[in-house]
Design a binder for this molecule. Structure first.
Ligand code: ACO
Ligand code: HSE
Length: 358
């Protein structure tokens, strides 16, 4: 087993790097001459602990204790006493794994715009290579939301015998025309920034700012804005709260992300279709063997609940839970108590079935 620990981060997760030194042939036919995945772990990989693998969302990262702190950490649903938790920064992203700002071995310079298209299938295959390198033969729970849920679904189809439980939150089996339209609008914002075409690390920052502002409309809801961004003064003619909120959220993403990775991962999201090359979506979902919990968020306009119901309908051993929320898609980042409750219930029900069968 090769587990190279580089450091322990502020939240206490260990940070490691997996190096894949062979050519990695992508779904597009293009070849990545090797890649690295930076991944974080919590707990010890030892006998008796349950392995929980987390797949992160679009601009997320491997530090689950940071963005899912209500579910992961000391005394939480997933804790270091009972679990070994692992999450890898995805291929194409900008938090340590190989992405557009990594050096292209062919040129000795960053890939920038030459970074090849990666798909969710490629990302899942790269995660599986990391898994093999760690000699992990069985995973108790695979969990992901949004783009993370897309990876989790895809991986459970690629490796149906690997996972005991699968938990997919606010995601889909095929990215919708609506979702693609949102992503394309955001990419148009990147392209409208003249610096986007320059090969430099900070290219497209203004475009990225606008892209995030557009994205926020799909991550929140009319009600979220009404409740938090309504101005008090009737005579106001400009400088609305909602405007400054949009700008602030754009600035915040620019500080922690880059336009190239945003482009690459939004394209990966668009191309997500578990049925591709497998005789269709229903057939693909049917092949999932894990006990599955699908969670939808009632106000999610980006991954609406009908998409969640569709997934649950076609996975043989799936249950569906709908989380009541006015928050919208990003509800998966705030409703920890409700998430914990329905996940707990899911495990409890699965155990009871096991006992009855046994
Ligand atoms: C799964 C993933 O991978 S997620 C992607 C990675 N994301 C992250 O790492 C961060 C995760 N966190 C988040 O996305 C969000 O903070 C959430 C969804 C968890 C919670 O959001 P909320 O706290 O409800 O509010 P939201 O983030 O929308 O806005 C709060 C921020 O906007 C600021 N703000 C609110 N209203 C305004 C306004 N009118 N004008 C300017 N700023 C404003 C607040 O001061 C606050 O600033 P801060 O973030 O610097 O503290
Ligand atoms: N807030 C999430 C939304 C997409 O799931 C992110 O930035 O990744």
């Amino acid at each position: 087993m090769v587990m190279m620990t580089k450091k322990v981060n502020i939240g206490g997760m260990k940070v490691h790097t997996y190096k894949h030194t062979e050519d990695f042939i992508l779904e597009s036919g293009e070849v990545l001459p090797g890649f690295e995945l930076e991944y974080n772990t919590m707990g010890e990989l030892k006998e008796g602990v349950k392995i929980v693998w987390v797949c992160h969302a679009l601009t997320g990262n491997a530090d689950v204790k940071e963005w899912w702190n209500g579910l992961f950490g000391k005394g939480k649903l997933y804790n270091e006493k009972e679990h070994f938790v692992i999450c890898a920064n995805v291929l194409g992203s900008c938090y340590g794994s190989t992405g557009p700002l990594s050096t292209n071995p062919k040129t000795g310079k960053p890939y920038f715009h030459d970074f090849p298209q990666v798909t969710i299938k490629d990302i899942a295959r790269s995660l599986n290579l990391l898994r093999e390198s760690l000699e992990i033969g069985h995973i108790d729970t695979l969990i992901g939301a949004s783009l993370g849920g897309q990876q989790a679904l895809e991986w459970s189809i690629q490796c149906p015998d690997l996972f005991e439980n699968l938990i997919v939150v606010a995601s889909n089996a095929q990215h919708s025309p609506w979702g693609i339209a949102f992503n394309e609008s955001q990419r148009l914002a990147l392209q409208a920034d003249p610096t986007w075409y320059e090969n430099r690390e900070d290219a497209g920052q203004n475009g990225l700012r606008a892209a995030r502002a557009i994205a926020m409309l799909s991550y929140r809801h009319y009600e979220t804005y009404s409740q938090t961004q309504t101005d008090k003064q009737e005579e106001q003619l400009d400088n609305y709260k909602a405007s400054s909120y949009q700008r602030y959220q754009g600035d915040k993403l620019v500080e922690r992300f880059n336009a190239y990775s945003y482009w690459v991962l939004s394209k990966a999201m668009d191309a997500h279709h578990v049925g591709r090359g497998r005789g269709g979506l229903q057939k693909a979902l049917k092949s999932i063997k894990a006990k599955t919990l699908i969670i939808g968020i009632s106000s999610d306009v980006l991954f609406p609940v009908n998409e969640q119901r569709l997934i649950a309908e076609h996975i043989p051993s799936a249950t569906y839970h709908e989380l009541e929320s006015l928050y919208g898609h990003d509800g998966f980042l705030v409703h920890f108590e409700e998430l914990k409750e329905c996940i707990d219930h899911f495990y409890y029900a699965a155990e009871r079935v096991q006992l009855q069968v046994g």
